[in-house]
Design a protein around this ligand. Structure first.
Ligand SMILES: Cc1cc2nc3c(=O)[nH]c(=O)nc-3n(C[C@H](O)[C@H](O)[C@H](O)COP(=O)(O)OP(=O)(O)OC[C@H]3O[C@@H](n4cnc5c(N)ncnc54)[C@H](O)[C@@H]3O)c2cc1C
Length: 315
C-alpha cells in the first residue's frame, strides 16, 4: 500500500477521543489526498484499551493480514497500532499455564525453548508465510483474523488453549474453541484486545505433530492441515489423544470420536491405520481454487493417519 502521510497536529479532534494523558498517542494522517484517518500508538495495555474504547478503532498488530485485506482501499476511520505494547510479547511459564503474549511473533515462538507438546505449534509457526512474515506476524493476529486456513489454530486446539481478552471493563477468558465461531468470525467485542494465549500444563511430555498440505512447499495457504498430540501411559498405551484438522471446515475442528477411540490403544506402529473416514464426519470441506471437497477430505484422512504414526514414532 502507498502511504504518504501528512501529519496533522493533534488538536480539537483529539478531545473527542482521548483524555489528556493520551495526547502523545494521537496522530491524524492524510493518505495521498484520499481521506483522513486517526492513528494511535499506545505504549501500555491500559492506554490501548482506553483509546480503543473511545476511538472505536481497528486494531493493527504486525499488519500482515490487516494491510493485504485492504486491497486497493485506503485506511479509513481510526487505527490503534498495538505493536508497541511490550507487555504483550514473549512466553512465560507459570505453574498452571504456559502464557504466550498476544503480540509474540511466530519467530519468537520458534526460538523459545518449550516442552515437547509444543513441537506441533512450532512446526506450524515455521509454515506461516516466510521468515520475513514470521518476524512480523503475531499469534493474536493469526487467531483474530480467524481464517479457516490459519495455521496456528489446529495445534493450539490440541493444546486445549484458552485466550484472554482485555478491555476497559477488565479481562475475560474463554477456550480457543469458543472464540473462533466462523469464517473470519470471532466473539471478540470491538473494545477487546487479545492479550494472551494460555496453554494448560497438562500434557507437556506428549508427542505433538503438525502437518500441512499446500499446492507448493513454501509460502502457501493450506489445502488441509492436521495437528495431533499423543500422550502415552507407563504401558505404552494411549493415555490422551488430541487431533484437529484445519482448512476442511469454516473453523478448525477437533475429532472427538477418533480421540475417544484411541484411548487405551497400543501407542505403536499402525496407530494411523485405525483412522477411518467415519472419524472425520464432523468436517465439512468446501471445493475452491485450491482443491475439491473430495480431495480435501481424502487429504485430511491421510494427514491424520501420518500425524498419528509420526507421534508414536517420535514419542
Ligand atoms: C505473504 C503472506 C503469507 C502468509 N502465510 C500464512 C500462512 O502460511 N499461514 C497462516 O496462518 N497465515 C499466513 N499469513 C497471514 C498472517 O501472516 C498471519 O495470520 C499473522 O499471524 C497475522 O498476524 P499480524 O500480527 O500480522 O496481524 P494483523 O494483520 O495486524 O491483524 C490481523 C487481524 O487481527 C486483528 N488483531 C491483531 N492483533 C489483535 C489483538 N491482539 N487483539 C485483537 N485483534 C487483533 C486485527 O485487527 C486484524 O483484523 C500470511 C500473510 C502474508 C502477507
Amino acid at each position: 500500500m502507498y502511504l504518504r502521510p501528512t501529519l496533522y497536529k493533534p488538536c480539537r479532534l483529539y478531545q473527542n477521543y482521548a483524555q489528556p494523558q493520551f495526547a502523545a498517542l494521537f496522530y491524524v494522517f492524510r493518505i495521498c489526498g484520499q481521506g483522513v484517518f486517526l492513528y494511535f500508538r499506545p505504549e501500555t495495555l491500559d492506554e490501548a484499551v482506553h483509546v480503543l474504547a473511545h476511538s472505536g478503532g481497528q486494531i493493527l498488530a504486525g499488519g500482515t493480514d490487516f494491510f493485504p485485506a485492504l486491497g486497493d482501499r485506503s485506511v479509513t476511520g481510526s487505527v490503534v497500532d498495538i505493536s508497541g505494547l511490550r507487555e504483550l510479547r514473549g512466553v512465560v511459564t507459570e505453574p498452571q499455564y504456559v502464557k504466550i503474549g498476544g503480540l509474540t511473533t511466530w519467530t519468537e515462538v520458534i526460538n523459545t525453548p518449550l516442552p515437547q507438546c509444543f513441537d506441533g505449534l512450532k512446526a506450524a509457526a515455521r509454515e506461516i508465510g516466510s521468515v520475513q512474515i514470521q518476524n512480523r506476524a503475531t499469534v493474536a493476529g493469526n487467531l483474530c483474523n480467524a481464517s479457516p486456513a490459519a495455521d496456528s489454530v489446529p495445534p493450539l486446539l490440541t493444546l486445549d488453549a484458552e485466550i484472554e481478552l482485555a478491555s476497559q471493563a477488565g479481562t475475560r477468558r474463554l477456550p480457543l474453541g469458543d472464540f473462533i465461531v466462523g469464517n473470519r468470525k470471532t466473539v471478540r467485542q470491538p473494545g477487546e484486545i487479545l492479550s494472551q494465549v494460555l496453554v494448560p500444563r497438562t500434557v507437556e511430555n506428549a508427542a505433538s505433530v503438525f502437518l500441512k498440505l499446500g499446492a507448493r512447499r513454501y509460502l502457501v495457504i493450506s489445502i488441509a492441515m492436521v495437528a495431533a498430540v499423543i500422550q502415552k501411559d507407563s504401558t505404552d498405551r494411549v493415555a490422551d489423544a488430541r487431533v484437529s484438522v484445519g482448512s476442511c471446515s469454516a473453523v478448525a475442528r477437533r475429532l472427538p470420536t477418533l480421540e475417544q477411540m484411541l484411548i487405551g490403544v497400543p501407542a505403536g506402529p499402525g496407530l494411523g491405520s485405525l483412522v477411518t473416514t467415519d472419524h472425520l464426519h464432523n468436517l465439512s470441506p468446501i471445493g475452491d481454487v485450491r482443491a475439491t471437497a473430495a480431495y480435501r477430505r481424502d487429504a485430511a484422512l491421510r494427514l491424520v493417519q501420518r500425524a498419528l504414526d509420526e507421534c508414536v514414532g517420535s514419542s
